[in-house]
Design a protein around this ligand. Structure first.
Ligand SMILES: Nc1ncnc2c1ncn2[C@@H]1O[C@H](COP(=O)(O)OP(=O)(O)OP(=O)(O)O)[C@@H](O)[C@H]1O
Length: 301
């Protein structure tokens, strides 16, 4: 099997990406480093013509770029993906049951192959999540040191402590292929998960093989201490009245007053609307033993 590693040498604090480079060299794996944001797309696109397996080494942003590169080469059916967690949060790798850099190499060689869903937002792909609103606006100016210390979602929560002053965009949300009107109002945060689940605490892996997205609309900031430990769990408590939640194969989000910031696996864009859907089982990934093909159902209705 021909393996190529596409690596973001600036991922995380630099330690894991370096260890990964050494482990890859020991195994004779060809390592190709990105020079700037977006470069991993071009590297993966070129690698897709030569490799059977591409190993994305970095954080969620790097996995996203590699998947987009393979899609651009029209090779989603031909190339399998392995992930080496060497970014800051590595949420997607955790969702695949990958525990460490060393473990990732074992999984790349002997892990089970599973066909997983990819999220689509207009013409962009996302593997883990598409976050809209304040949370994406906050990560636009996330300070790397703070993000490394407490995690990007927790960091974004800090800004929610000012949320009573924040006027969210006016949204219209339609679901399903028939685009039935579902919800409208001002939302603080819109969380759309493909690989990532946002409610209920504990495990964050969503069902990656069901052809559906798990969606949470956070309508307003409840009075909780956002800087205290467990703030995220309290905000996303499954029965909280400030939340609307649904699963759907397709979601059309339109803002009627001003554009909204969205984060596709960490990449920030501004949009007046997005049409989110799923490409079911679009790509083969190597997964660890802790990966759950059928995680417990999302909070039952
Ligand atoms: N050589 C490079 N120099 C600067 N930035 C890069 C380079 N290669 C990739 N990037 C950018 O760095 C961003 C973050 O990368 P990545 O997601 O891999 O790591 P992270 O932010 O440390 O981890 P996580 O996403 O898990 O929190 C990506 O959006 C990518 O475009």
């Amino acid at each position: 099997m021909r393996r190529v590693m596409v690596r973001n040498p600036t991922g995380g604090d630099g330690t894991d990406v370096e260890t990964a480079r050494e482990r890859a060299s020991e195994r004779g794996i060809d390592v190709r480093d990105s020079d700037e944001p977006g470069d991993a797309v071009a590297l993966a696109r070129a690698a897709a013509a030569e490799a059977d397996q591409i190993i994305a080494c970095g954080g969620d942003g790097t996995v996203n770029e590699v998947v987009r590169g393979v899609a651009a080469a029209d090779a989603l059916d031909d190339v399998e993906l392995a992930v080496v967690p060497a970014g800051t949060g590595n949420n997607f790798a955790a969702n695949l049951g990958i525990e460490s850099v060393e473990h990732a190499f074992e999984v790349a060689e002997t892990g089970e192959r599973r066909r997983l869903d990819l999220g689509v937002a207009d013409d962009a792909l996302f593997v883990n999540s598409c976050l809209g609103g304040l949370i994406a606006e906050a990560s636009e100016d996330t300070d790397d040191e703070a993000k490394a210390r407490i995690g990007s979602l927790a960091y974004a929560l800090q800004t929610l402590s000012d949320a009573r002053q924040y006027e969210g965009p006016l949204l219209e949300i339609r679901a399903g292929a028939s685009h039935d009107p579902l919800w409208s109002g001002t939302a603080l945060v819109l969380l759309i998960g493909n690989g990532r689940r946002f409610l209920g605490g504990g495990r964050t892996q969503a069902n990656l093989e069901d052809g559906r997205l798990e969606v949470v609309i956070v309508e307003q900031a409840p009075a909780i201490d956002y800087l205290a430990e467990g703030a995220l769990q309290r905000l996303l408590k499954r029965d909280a009245s400030h939340l609307t939640r649904l699963t759907t194969a397709e979601l059309l989000v339109t803002t009627t007053d001003r554009p909204m910031a969205f984060s596709f696996d960490g990449e920030i864009v501004e949009r007046q609307s997005i049409d989110a859907s799923v490409r079911e089982g679009a790509m083969r990934f190597r997964v660890g033993d802790a990966y759950e093909p059928e995680p417990a159902p999302w909070p039952p209705e």
